[in-house]
Design a protein around this ligand. Structure first.
Ligand code: SF4
Length: 352
């Protein structure tokens, strides 16, 4: 084998025991202190794993402890109504996760006496729990040898096994390798967390920190200088630009909000009244409303959508003239609502 740069090398052997020794020693010494690493409570670990799906640790830190204070166990979550759960999730995004979490808590209370099940099949039967999330919870909470395979871990595995001219592994091969690397007896909790930590802090998508990686001697991508090519870059969907207009509309000591209707990702949430343009916003609010001042807007991204939001401050003479999904909430109660992230941000900025 001849690498792209430098002298020929042989493929490093990925011996599971050697791999685990190096990885676990590194993790013990250098892992980040995160609140969900301080507990073995299956419910708390379950909440953290759902919050961490497609979401950065820094964002989850702002929600995790407060959510657990409000819903300290599966029973409390199962008994809560959906708007209360969505309000506690407000700003974290991907609100389907919160709805699934509450539904799953109801199943756990009904069918598993309030405790997250230990069987993989039962865990995967819960709403919002796939094989990877189930593996993470079962290994961390119960020490069971079920691997995790989230995006970060998949990238680590692809790189470890990388060879010149060999395509990326298919999902079944990734699961096979993840399972082979799991400790057969004890240490599953530490192993899962170490795999996730390596992917999150060291084996980064664009600039992996190979020189300080604990398993670099076993890594194919590092040996063959393939870190930029493995995993193969995915084609990103073309970015779509959109515009919207929202109103911060006062009615005496209240604010006008809108229920997000329809089956979309924001179903069950509420937010500032919005429309495609100022004219449409005015027409949806009716003639009793006046849009008096344009405020600084913002741009946010949802998947491949780049959404520029124009913001108007306004007033409305009477709440009785509001139509459809519009309703009024007392100002002091606004942040207790299940607000979508953009509305929450804008209200924090402008609703004084
Ligand atoms: S050596 Fe580099 S590419 Fe390989 S696992 Fe470590 S950080 Fe990732």
């Amino acid at each position: 084998m001849v690498p792209r740069h430098g002298r020929p090398v042989h493929p490093p052997a990925l011996d599971p025991a050697t791999f685990r020794r190096a990885l676990h020693a590194w993790y013990r010494k250098s892992h980040r202190l995160l609140p969900w690493r301080e507990t073995r409570d299956p419910y708390a670990i379950w909440v953290s794993e759902v919050m961490l799906q497609q979401t950065r640790v820094e964002s989850v830190m702002g929600y995790y402890s407060e959510f657990l204070e409000r819903f300290p166990d599966a029973g409390a979550l199962a008994a809560a109504d959906e708007p209360a759960v969505l309000a506690a999730w407000s700003g974290l995004g991907y609100y389907r996760r919160a709805r699934f979490l509450r539904s799953a808590a109801r199943v756990v209370v009904r069918e598993h006496r309030g405790r997250f099940p230990r069987e993989l099949e039962q865990a995967m039967a819960l709403p919002g729990i796939g094989r990877s999330t189930a593996g993470a919870i079962l290994s961390i909470a119960y020490g069971l040898a079920h691997p995790v395979l989230d995006g970060n871990v998949a990238r680590v595995l692809q790189r470890l096994a990388a060879r010149p001219g060999v395509p990326d592994m298919a999902p079944a091969q990734l699961w096979e390798l993840a399972t082979r690397l799991m400790p057969p007896r004890s240490g599953a909790a530490l192993h899962t967390q170490a795999m996730m930590e390596l992917g999150a802090t060291t084996c980064l998508p664009d600039s992996p920190a190979c020189p300080r990686c604990p398993v670099k001697k076993l890594c194919g991508a590092h040996a063959f200088h393939l870190t930029a090519d493995v995993p193969a870059p995915r084609k990103r969907p073309r970015q779509v630009r959109e515009e919207e207009c929202v109103g911060i509309i006062s009615v005496r000591d209240g604010l006008v909000l809108e229920r997000r209707a329809g089956p979309g990702a924001l179903h069950g949430m509420v937010g500032l009244p919005r429309a495609a343009s100022r004219e449409e916003l005015q027409s949806s609010l009716g003639t009793a409303a006046r849009l008096v001042e344009q405020l600084p807007g913002l741009t946010h991204f949802i998947m491949n959508r780049r959404i520029a939001t124009e913001v108007w401050r306004g007033t409305i003479a009477s709440r009785s003239r509001l139509r459809g999904e519009l309703f009024v909430v007392a100002r002091k109660e606004v942040f207790g609502q299940p607000l979508d992230g953009t509305s929450r941000k804008l209200l924090k900025r402008h609703a004084s």
